[in-house]
Design a protein around this ligand. Structure first.
Ligand SMILES: CC(C)(COP(=O)(O)OP(=O)(O)OC[C@H]1O[C@@H](n2cnc3c(N)ncnc32)[C@H](O)[C@@H]1OP(=O)(O)O)[C@@H](O)C(=O)NCCC(=O)NCCS
Length: 206
């Protein structure tokens, strides 16, 4: 039987071969703004539109600070954990565990993005393997899902490299860039992590 320790950690830091993951704070805004502004077109195709009347988190320090506080609140309440991806001390992207459900589901949804200037270096597979380890071995979750628009070939490659299982395509699943897009749902459960987790961490993280 899979056994995992649940350890409450308000500011988790995960360290891989090249990436360091930690929650973002207000002082990260200058780097956040630089990366998000430079990569606006590259990222916008794959992201929801900003909420109407909300400040633009990409360029508005007040809106970004609010997002950081909301993310910190999620950690406290156990409903989510957001990680900034840092490489050589520079902010380069995010891997987020969203909508953590407890009870009989024990599940989370994982999302990610990387700075276009460092795409293709395998940084997100490394970061995702670290977050999966955290999800199963620290948070004691049973299931993590990643949802991907089928034409997003780069993102499909990430889950292929990690060997996540496809659960098929959900029609009109998420509203991305203003369009209700089909998504292929990929998942991994704690039982699969027990079988393959050590290999994933050894291969991608150390
Ligand atoms: C999807 C994404 C997170 C992958 O991160 P990454 O760290 O580049 O991942 P990898 O290095 O493993 O590259 C994955 C694939 O991207 C493609 N790729 C490689 N270099 C690339 C580049 N410079 N630009 C675009 N795509 C590239 C390749 O197909 C690669 O697969 P390969 O290694 O088998 O050749 C990144 O492309 C991204 O942030 N895209 C925009 C936002 C997005 O799609 N988020 C995910 C939504 S589900």
């Amino acid at each position: 039987m899979f056994r995992a320790k649940f350890r409450e950690d308000r500011s988790p830091t995960l360290i891989g071969r090249r990436v360091v993951l930690r929650p973002l704070g207000e002082t990260d805004f200058p780097q956040w703004c630089e990366v998000r502004s430079r990569c606006r077109d590259w990222l916008g195709r794959w992201e929801p539109l900003p909420a109407p009347y909300a400040g633009d988190i990409n360029v508005d320090p007040v809106a970004f600070a609010l997002r950081c506080r909301q993310r910190a609140q999620e950690v406290t309440s156990g409903t989510g954990v957001g990680f900034g991806v840092f490489v050589d001390g520079y902010f380069r992207g995010e891997v987020n565990l969203n909508l953590i459900h407890r009870g009989p589901f024990q599940s989370a949804y994982l999302g990610y993005w990387i700075d276009e200037s460092v795409a293709g270096l395998g940084l997100i597979p490394e970061a995702v393997a670290l977050v999966l380890q955290y999800a199963f071995e620290q948070l004691a979750l049973h299931r993590v899902q990643i949802s991907i628009i089928p034409r997003n070939a780069a993102s499909i490659r990430v889950v292929q490299k990690l060997g996540l299982r496809s659960e098929g395509v959900a029609l009109r699943y998420l509203e991305i860039n203003g369009v209700w897009e089909d998504h292929e749902r990929f998942a991994i459960t704690a039982e699969e992590w027990m079988e393959r987790g050590e290999w994933l961490v050894t291969t991608f993280c150390h």
